[in-house]
Design a protein. Structure first.
Length: 1180
């Protein structure tokens, strides 16, 4: 939502906008103080925190509605001529502005909020984001013609109606079919409104009918008598004074503009100042209701009302355009109000407490005698909650989890300083209860998921890693090469340029024996002519140092070089550390740093990670917490683990070191390192909904005209309807932070007809107002007291301030409006008579003055460290460690390599022997054969054993399959129903005669599951085959889908697919045809259901026929899984070589067999089945 500031926007698009704006302002003030910038550069708002400025109206330069004329005049002068040519051009134009509907975002807030309850004495109001909006059109042309410079009638008015006042009968609009909205409005076009014969409207056809007839809007229909009361005045005898035509003049007192300082506000706080227009209603809620009653509030256009020639009494209804509406509930006397809500929030432990499970829940578990309950009670008291957790093998279990917002101080984990690659090593087992603590593992995964979801951050992190790795590897290689070959073995361009001035001198002395030139590592070694240009050479392959990332010498120095590279990229263009107030060297580092700091402010983290259980934050509660640094550390570690392409992640450590340097760094123009939150609070209350900009400030306030050393509030957001989050870096009771104060915002304060209002009486206290500055008004000792006496009025009293009924002789309490303009005039008169002119001197009643009077007393809640209830809460959260919150997981993660290091050193003796043999070798001698680089050597007679070959086959070669022995599992021998490979054409007859195969009979919900099986080549519906000389191994899909499994309780132990094996030639019997001659491929693998694993095995059936048994077993600790959780068991059999079709025919069908074992019912003897497989000859 856009906030009107009246000037340049100061909004910062960041969840850390409070700290960033404060830091930039401190830098600006420091530069002004040092004379670097002029004082005019100060952008601090004129209004101080807590101050506001009221205006009666903000009228735009040109109003919408009437026709405007622009005249352009140009005078043309010719040299030597006295006759000037004057050219005049005129152009009519209209100003475009909202008329029948408001643009999105025009309404900033409304009170009472939609759906909420409030006292009947409260006058509703609406806050608009555009301060000009109420005066963009003419509300009273007659009043404008009088030239009133202090007031202006708006074209908007706010009316409150009961549901009965607006409810329409089905035929109320003649033949027009309509449907009323929840606020009793009817949506229609202006043309449709004009066609209704039962209603009058101020929207006349003289308003450019061709332009507006198709405009849509919401319209309300009221009785003419109510319309007459709303646009008439009332005399001193409380009787209605009906003018000849409707009058809108009194509504100029009900709209005003507020310019406020937005410090401490959650929504408007994105800017330094906010300028809003406020429209106040004049009708209160019903006064005689004994139960809550719903009323509708409408922001109505009164444009054209004064243009009506008379009051519309000739028709039963009057239509008016509603631009915004909502419903709220009027409470009877004695219900909860704002004052009670503030009091409850400050009462411990129901209102004020730490963020954890309710005390009664913890106490009920602690009263149990067993040790497990005691331990669980302690866990709950520490902020943990039990969560459902699924382990890697698929089983569901329970774990404990705690959000980063804890009710106690959490010390850093001393035994966990290494980065993680999966988050699993961050889990902690509670040995007392045998439950896993997944807090930091969940945080690590959350950080990784958040980073994956941010494409910009991931790309910037990958580029930053590449830059660090490139610089670090370059420097590491240079250092390793120089350590082996000497300082002159590698010379960079900068080294050569630096030595140019000495090179000529070295060349002049090179012929002198024993002269200088050998010093300083110049490389010029005096000697005989043969050795004049000699340079050290690495003549052996083993002498070359390995320069890979995992080489030992590189590994020893890479992290330091990577840290230097990260520090270099983390600098600003001015040579200082980039601190978000200067220009960075690397924009990728700027983006990564901003993202990491946002996460340290817990921005963008889903709510269920922050509030682990709804009971921790009950309704109408204020909960303080401590931010767990280990949780945040794990979150950042998971995010920075992305884009790692080098195995052991040393670049991540370098990035973290650069972040820690920034966290510990104190910028030049500031007095402290960057602020990082350590504490915070959640406020869940209807007050947050009523006042979205509920102001949060610290006490005591800074001295006038100064900026506090630190930002008092680091983050302030409305995270959900009725829930406010605030983050702090210190607790109340700390230095310059004595208390935390929650205050109603100045632009969202309530308006009331009086401090007491009933059907028989209204009581009004006239508050003191001032027309002088703050310093002068503070000299008035009575400035907080109302003017005596208190005004007490009854319905029958003359010169009443409040009108209860349309007809005072028949009191019905049907009107309930404040009497205007009498109310405003009397207020000004009493102020003039009751106050000294040195404090108040004004002769004109106006809307700003009336708004100050109608303001209901505002409330604030102060949470002070001196309060016993609050101090006990803060004592649980106080962290005595004042060190900056740096990242602690700064050691590279451990990775166990699958092969030996590539630079495994030769034995010292071998190296020395080679070195001695090379002492007399000249530069042109032939290079000897390098020593063997093999790590191991075997005797020439070595013969590997079969089990060694079995364990060291190539990846595409399958080792011998294990044998399947059913007897070891207590099962019946393997058998098939029909002869192996029996043709599918005979399956039906054979199966019907066999009782061992289950044949489903229609819909059988009590029966076992049905398995729909098929085998085919990917992309085809059958198995594609070819002749023996053209056949190649192929992958085959075994599709297994379950049916009849949603309403039974079968528990699957194992499912088998049995494939008879054997060769088949053209003369083979078709009744014994088989799918494979054998199988030696890599094996099967599951396609999508990873809760199962498929294992191949060999077994001969009862007739001695070899069979390939593919066993599907659940990944379950109890050995079975419910079939209701299984939809399919499909898998892929890799690199199988099927037989060709029978005698090369186009198609051949054969049968495969299945066996299903179930817990309790078929553990020994499985339920057997069979299915058909089709072979199709491709002809190639």
């Amino acid at each position: 939502m856009v906030i009107f500031t009246g000037g340049k926007s100061r909004a910062i698009s960041s969840p850390r906008h409070l700290t960033l704006r404060h830091a930039r302002r401190k830098v600006l003030h420091s530069k002004i103080k040092r004379g670097i910038l002029d004082a005019e550069e100060d952008d601090q708002p004129i209004l101080k925190p807590g101050e506001e400025k009221l205006n009666s109206f903000w009228a735009p330069g040109l109003e919408a509605g009437p026709k405007h004329l622009i005249v352009a005049t140009q005078t043309v002068k010719a040299p030597g001529s006295t006759d000037d040519l004057v050219l005049v051009s005129e152009q009519d134009f209209y100003v475009d502005a909202p008329q029948f509907s408001l643009p999105e975002g025009s309404v900033y807030s409304c009170y009472p909020p939609s759906g909420y309850a409030e006292d009947h004495r409260i006058l509703p109001h609406v806050v608009l984001t555009d301060p000009h909006l109420p005066w963009e059109r003419r509300g009273s042309p007659k009043d404008d013609s009088r030239g009133d410079k202090r007031n202006k009638v708006p074209w908007l008015a706010l009316f409150t109606f009961t549901q009965d006042e607006l409810r329409l009968a089905p035929d109320a609009l003649g033949g027009f079919q309509f449907k009323q909205t929840p606020t009793m409005a009817v949506n229609m076009t202006v043309g449709e409104l004009w066609s209704i014969t039962t209603a009058n409207s101020p929207i006349g056809k003289k308003w450019k009918p061709d332009t507006i007839k198709d405009a849509k809007g919401d319209f309300i229909f009221m009785k003419p008598d109510l319309f007459k009361s709303l646009f008439s005045t009332f005399g001193d005898d409380n009787k209605r004074v009906v003018p000849p035509t409707p009058a809108t003049t009194k509504y100029k007192y009900l709209s005003h503009v507020r310019n406020i300082n937005t410090t401490g506000m959650a929504v408007a706080g994105v800017e330094d100042v906010g300028i809003f227009s406020v429209v106040v209603g004049s009708r209160s809620g019903p006064l005689e209701n004994e139960a809550p009653v719903s009323v509708s509030v409408h922001l109505v256009s009164i444009e054209g009302v004064e243009d009506m020639t008379e009051f519309p009494d000739d028709k039963p209804l009057v239509a008016m355009c509603s631009l915004h509406s909502w419903n709220y509930t009027v409470n009877p006397p004695g219900m909860l109000n704002v004052h009670d809500a503030f009091v409850h929030l400050g009462t411990a432990p129901l209102g004020l407490n730490v963020l954890r499970a309710p005390d009664d829940m913890v106490d009920s578990i602690r009263r149990m005698p067993d040790k497990v309950s005691q331990r669980l009670a302690q866990r709950l008291q520490d902020g943990y909650t039990l969560v459902k957790y699924r382990v890697q093998t698929g089983e569901k279990t329970v774990a404990v989890y705690r959000s980063p917002f804890t009710p106690t101080v959490v010390a850093p984990l001393a035994d966990r300083e290494q980065c993680s690659n999966s988050g699993q090593d961050l889990q902690i087992l509670d040995r007392e209860v045998g439950i896993m603590d997944v807090t930091y593992s969940v945080a690590w995964q959350a950080g990784r998921l958040l980073a994956l979801g941010d494409q910009g951050f991931t790309a910037a992190l990958a580029r930053l890693r590449t830059a660090i790795h490139t610089l670090a590897m370059k420097e590491s290689k240079i250092e390793v090469i120089r350590s082996v070959g000497g300082g002159s073995s590698l010379r960079r361009r900068v080294d050569i340029l630096q030595d140019l001035k000495e090179t000529v001198g070295h060349l002049g002395r090179i012929h002198l024996g024993g002269g200088g030139g050998g010093e300083g590592g110049s490389g010029f070694i005096p000697g005989p002519p043969k050795q004049r240009w000699r340079r050290p050479r690495l003549t052996k392959k083993w002498q070359y140092p390995p320069l890979g990332f995992n080489a030992i010498q590189i590994k020893d120095i890479y992290l330091e070089r990577a840290t230097e590279a990260a520090f270099e990229l983390a600098m600003a263009k001015d040579g200082k550390i980039y601190d978000e107030t200067n220009d960075p060297v690397s924009t990728d580092w700027m983006q990564v740093l901003a993202w990491v700091m946002d996460r340290m402010f817990l921005s963008g983290i889903p709510a269920h990670y922050l509030i682990s259980d709804p009971s921790h934050l009950p309704h109408e509660s204020l909960r303080f917490f401590y931010i767990d640094p280990n949780w945040v550390d794990a979150l950042i570690d998971g995010a920075l683990s992305l884009a790692n392409h080098n195995g052991e992640d040393r670049d991540r450590v370098a990035i973290k070191r650069a972040i820690n340097r920034y966290i510990h760094h104190t910028p030049e123009h500031q007095t402290h390192p960057p602020q990082i939150p350590s504490y915070g609070f959640y406020l869940r209350s209807d007050l947050v909904t009523m006042y979205p900009d509920l102001k949060v400030s610290t006490m005591p306030p800074p001295p006038d005209g100064t900026v506090p050393d630190k930002a008092p509030l680091l983050r302030h957001d409305i995270v959900s309807d009725g829930v406010m989050l605030g983050l702090l870096d210190r607790l109340p009771g700390s230095e310059d932070f004595a208390a935390l104060c929650f205050t109603q915002p100045p632009h969202q304060q309530r308006f009331a007809a009086g401090y007491e209002l009933t059907k028989d009486e209204v009581d009004i206290e006239i508050g003191r107002q001032y027309t002088v500055d703050q310093t002068t008004r503070e000299t008035d000792p009575l400035r907080h007291d109302a003017l005596p006496p208190t005004i007490e009025m009854h319905p029958g009293d003359p010169k009443n301030w409040f009108i209860w009924s349309t007809d005072p002789s028949a009191p019905k309490n049907d009107l309930r409006v404040i009497r205007l303009p009498f109310y405003a005039e009397e207020q000004r008169r009493l102020l003039e008579n009751g106050m000294d002119k040195s404090y108040f001197d004004d002769d004109t009643p106006n809307s700003a003055l009336l708004a100050m009077q109608l303001n209901d007393p505002f409330y604030r809640l102060i949470v002070s460290a001196k309060d016993p209830a609050a101090s006990s809460v803060f004592a649980k959260l106080l962290d005595t460690n004042n060190e900056p919150r740096a990242l602690r997981l700064t050691n590279p993660p451990r990775i166990r390599r699958l092969v030996e290091d590539e630079d495994k050193d030769e034995s010292e003796g071998e190296v020395e022997a080679e070195a001695e043999g090379d002492q007399d070798q000249g530069p042109d001698d032939p290079e000897p054969v390098p020593p063997s680089l093999s790590l191991y050597s075997r005797h020439e007679s070595y013969q590997p054993l079969p089990h060694v070959l079995k364990s060291n086959l190539a990846p595409h070669i399958r080792s011998n399959l294990p044998r399947y022995d059913p007897s070891q599992l207590g099962r019946s021998p393997l058998s098939v129903i029909n002869p192996p490979g029996h043709l599918a054409t005979a399956v039906g007859a054979s199966a019907s005669a066999s009782a061992s195969i289950y044949i489903p009979q229609g819909d059988d919900p009590a029966g076992p599951p049905v398995y729909d099986c098929a085998v085919y080549t990917p992309g085809f519906s059958s198995v594609q085959t070819a002749s023996a000389d053209a056949a190649l191994p192929q992958d085959l899909v075994f599709s297994i889908r379950l049916g009849n499994n949603k309403h039974n309780d079968y528990r699957l132990i194992e499912f088998q697919v049995i494939i008879p094996l054997g060769d088949a030639g053209n003369d083979a019997d078709p009744s014994s045809y088989r799918l494979f001659p054998s199988y030696d491929g890599p094996g099967p693998r599951m396609l999508s259901n990873l809760r199962f694993v498929v294992l191949p095995a060999l077994k001969d059936d009862a007739d001695g026929v070899p069979c390939l048994v593919l066993r599907l077993l659940p990944r379950s600790a109890n050995g079975w899984t419910a079939v209701t959780l299984v939809d399919e068991l499909s898998f892929l059999l890799c690199l199988a070589l099927p037989n060709n079709t029978y005698r090369g025919q186009s198609r051949t069908s054969l049968t495969l067999y299945t066996a299903a074992y179930y817990k309790y019912v078929s553990e020994k003897n499985p339920r057997r089945g069979q299915f058909t497989v089709t072979l199709r000859n491709t002809g190639s």
